[in-house]
Design a protein around this ligand. Structure first.
Ligand code: F6P
Length: 319
């Protein structure tokens, strides 16, 4: 093995930089070179490469975003585009690649492996929507950011006896909403994984106000519907003042939490060890806090299991 290439792909996530740092430092410790590939698969095909040293990744443990930049590049699904990428890698003496990104990124890692470049995928997305893992890099920071925003929203909600419908990210996955909803003591958590009854939610909020509660919080996953539309539906059944609030991209930024820093570091370190053992075509995941690997192909057949028990717990607290 000569040099490892590393890229970040898809939406950025806090902790991606910590993973790049861990890969670089572990590789150097094992006598290997590391090359950062900028702008994801687009940069791979364009040959936008930068040599990484222990010094230039040193400060990265605490920084959000991805210093390698990211890009969505659907063109990489084409065989001739993949082959161009492989040519660039060979030209730069890179024979293995680590990809940090969401589920779309894994297709590229598998394609590279099939073309002779052993590649490993690390789950990097705030959405936690990747099969075969119950954690993705960035999830914890995004949830912490959303929870802190809701803590602030609650202050103003209470001051005006209002209901707030807070839209959180996650694409079609409700994991951020479930975690943040429970951690924020929401009155209702609405996610794509579960059916909901808006009339019942309005009734719960109404009786909360009747019992002396001074606010209401609904955490709504973006995959369900727009917060403003949800508000319109809700107000058909409840006689209270309501506002819709979208936290948005703030959830993707910021310094990673301890959990994201540690897990990203463990995953980066593990990925290098897999490559050193001659492995490729694998996705690193985490179940019950333990690192696991799966064939990337398995990910395409499985679906992600959300921790829906969090909703059950929340409902026992509100009804
Ligand atoms: O996949 C991460 C994510 O932030 C999703 O939660 C969200 O739906 C999407 O990306 C937003 O994409 P963009 O940054 O392209 O608007």
């Amino acid at each position: 093995m000569k040099r490892i290439g590393i890229l970040t792909s898809g939406g950025d996530a806090p902790g991606m930089n910590a993973a790049v740092r861990a890969v670089t430092k572990t590789a150097i410790h094992n006598g290997l070179g590391v090359v950062g590939i900028r702008y994801g698969y687009a940069g791979l095909v364009a040959g936008d490469f930068v040599t990484l040293t222990a010094e230039n990744v040193d400060h990265l443990i605490s920084s959000g975003g991805t210093f390698l930049y990211s890009a969505r590049y659907p063109e990489f699904a084409q065989k001739e585009v993949q082959e161009k990428g492989v040519e660039q890698l060979k030209k730069h003496d890179i024979d293995t690649v680590i990809v940090i990104g969401g589920d779309g990124s894994y297709h590229g890692a598998l394609a590279l492996t099939r073309l002779g470049i052993n590649s490993i995928g690390l789950p990097g997305t705030i959405d936690n929507d990747i099969p075969c893992t119950d954690y993705t890099i960035g999830l914890d920071t995004a949830c912490t950011t959303a929870m802190q925003a809701i803590d602030k929203i609650r202050d103003t909600a209470s001051s005006h006896h209002r209901v707030f419908i807070v839209n959180v990210m996650g694409r079609n996955c409700g994991d951020i909403a479930m975690r943040v909803g429970l951690a924020s003591g929401a009155d209702a958590i609405v996610v794509p994984e579960r059916s909901y009854d808006v009339k019942e939610i309005a009734k719960t909020l109404q009786s909360g106000f009747a019992d002396g509660k001074d606010h209401g919080i609904i955490v709504l996953a973006e995959g369900v519907m727009d917060a403003a539309d949800f508000k319109t539906e809700l107000l058909q059944y409840g006689d209270f003042d309501a506002r819709a609030s979208v936290i948005g991209h703030m959830q993707r930024g910021g310094s990673p939490t301890v959990t994201d820093r540690i897990n990203a570091t463990k995953m980066g370190n593990y990925a290098v060890k897999l490559l050193l053992a001659g492995k490729g075509g694998l996705a690193v995941g985490m179940k019950g806090g333990q690192l696991e690997t799966h064939d990337i192909l398995d990910l395409f057949e499985e679906t992600h299991d959300s921790e829906e028990a969090l909703i059950d717990i929340n409902e026992e607290m509100t009804k």
